[in-house]
Design a protein around this ligand. Structure first.
Ligand code: NAD
Ligand code: IPM
Ligand code: MN
Length: 357
């Protein structure tokens, strides 16, 4: 099978982790008679400098016509920087939101797993981290990221958190379906004790549960307690479903459990091509040093093979090889000695051992 893959490397470490991932994909795919045709497209701060927009029309068009989109990460340093001084619509982050909205990928799956034997990489006690296997289902194309009114004047700043019934129903269904295929439990995270939009979220989730998914266990947590529970007892969670903003924050927090933000992957799915990107950003602080951890992007590519292209065996091979290479000697962010290149070589090598087993 031949698939068209749109590739958006982005900025700073984005191209580094994407290059590493493509090396791995090129080693995996022939074993499963898959052929990937890559089209690399301008996106992010580089595109803003070159074309005056972080998300050129051509990039949008090619992405929508592809079988899947593989993204690195985009954006500049968090402090004062030219990319942070342009109007909101031209900000790199608006380009990220723009491609998600254009592809209609409302469902952002962010799995957080601690592979067996790798709990020692966590800054948490091994007995706390061990066996963590949760799926954060983050709503991705609604909520306060997109709500109107939204403006910033010298006297006032306004953003609006807003959800409609169909938006909450469809993400709740994704979470319940995922739970049926996993541990059968969904925790909906909100702030219904304070926010009307959250009470609405909760009521709709309860309604979907009662009418179609009463075989799944549903409970609810307020987001502040959820943050504490994720850090102190992560094994209690199976599927977490939450809004766009809460999911963004909780997933960076959950990255602490496996040991680094650099290892978390994501799949963003809708009705068309999926978008596959690591959870982390462009990490300008470590760019160009050869130390970016490519695992989050590699595991995002595994999700692309599984959910985007329907090639679960190739996905398993990627995961197995990553797991084995991490077990031998991890990357620097995880306290090991390997930089991006050495780690990527090790994953490719691990792949050949796996395939012969
Ligand atoms: P960040 O995720 O880029 O970095 C946070 C910390 O984690 C840094 O110390 C960084 O060095 C480390 N880190 C991140 N990825 C790593 C990896 N693969 N290997 C090793 N260490 C890694 O977050 P930030 O500094 O808040 O944001 C930087 C820029 O990235 C901003 O412009 C932000 O808007 C953007 N961003 C983009 C995306 C995306 O493209 N999807 C996601 C998040 C942030
Ligand atoms: C993420 C990022 C993005 C988000 C930003 C950079 C737009 O933090 O993918 O987690 O908030 O969704
Ligand atoms: Mn984030």
């Amino acid at each position: 099978m031949t698939y068209k893959i749109a590739v958006l490397p982005g900025d700073f470490i984005g191209p580094e982790v994407v290059d590493a991932t493509i090396q791995l994909l090129d080693a995996v795919t022939p074993r499963y008679e898959i052929s990937l045709e890559y089209t690399t497209l301008p996106f992010g701060g580089g595109a803003l400098d070159a074309f005056g927009t972080p998300l050129p029309d051509g990039t949008k068009t090619v992405c929508a016509q592809s079988d899947a989109v593989l993204m690195g990460s985009a954006g500049g340093p968090v402090g004062d920087h030219p990319w942070n001084r342009v109007p909101r619509a031209l900000r790199v982050e608006s380009g990220i939101l723009g491609i998600r909205k254009h592809l209609g990928v409302y469902s952002n799956l962010r799995p957080v797993r601690v592979f067996g034997g790798l709990e020692g990489l966590s800054p948490l006690k091994s007995e706390v981290a061990r066996g963590t296997d949760m799926l954060i289902v983050r709503e991705l194309t609604g909520g306060i990221y997109f709500g109107k009114p939204s403006f910033n004047t010298p006297d006032e700043g306004v953003s609006t958190d807003r959800y409609t019934r169909p938006e909450v129903e469809r993400i709740a269904k994704v979470a319940f379906e995922a739970a049926r295929a996993r541990g059968g439990r969904v925790t909906s995270v909100d702030k219904a004790n304070v926010l009307d939009v959250s009470q609405f979220w909760r009521d709709v989730v309860v309604g979907v549960h009662e009418s179609e998914y009463s075989d799944v266990t549903l409970d609810h947590l307020y987001v502040d307690n959820a943050a504490m529970q994720i850090a102190s007892n992560p094994r209690q969670f199976d599927v977490i479903v939450t809004s766009n903003l809460f999911g963004d924050i909780l997933s960076d927090l959950a990255a602490v459990i496996p040991g680094s933000l650099g290892v978390l992957p994501s799949a963003s799915l809708g009705d068309g091509p999926g978008l596959f990107e690591p959870v982390h950003g462009s990490a300008p602080d470590i760019a160009g040093k050869g130390v970016a951890n490519p695992v989050g992007t590699m595991l995002s590519a595994a999700m692309m093979l599984k959910y985007g292209l329907g090639q679960p065996k190739a996905a398993e091979a990627v995961e197995g090889a990553v797991q084995r290479a991490l077990g031998e000697e991890p990357t620097k962010d995880l306290g090991g000695s390997r930089g991006t290149e050495a780690f990527t070589e090790a994953v490719v090598k691990a792949l050949s051992t796996l395939a012969s087993v």
